[in-house]
Design a protein around this ligand. Sequence first.
Ligand SMILES: [Cu+2]
Length: 144
Amino acid sequence: MKAVTTTLVLLVILLITSACGISDGIAVLDAWARPGFRGDNSTVYLTINNPSNQGDGLIGATCDVAGGTEIHLSKMDAAGTMTMERQERVVIPAKDSVELAPGGLHIMLVNLGKNLSVGDTFPVTLEFQRAGDITIEVEVKQPD
Ligand SMILES: [Cu+2]
């Protein structure tokens, strides 16, 4: 009888939490950065997963290993040259994921305050319109 009661209580808790969407948060996966020297720039790549049924937007990033942290989109211009365009907002659609990857979206670390070597890790805080601030640990890796 006790087991039945416990199961019922757990079921109710499960129903309440899933209805509130507590488990529906933004998840940031596979964050890595290119190695770089103090005074140079580096880039951070990652995947943002949005399992909720409401869209969100990435509107900024901060970290203390660089003088500036900007969201960029790499693009080929008409002359065939790669250029980077600063992004005010990256849309993260509901029930979808967005990849920041080489050749496309990335977080630019401008004017590194220290060397970033393979194996180093450092925190980056991402600012989302709905989810608020999410701080992740980024690992420095050699690109494939
Ligand atoms: Cu850039």
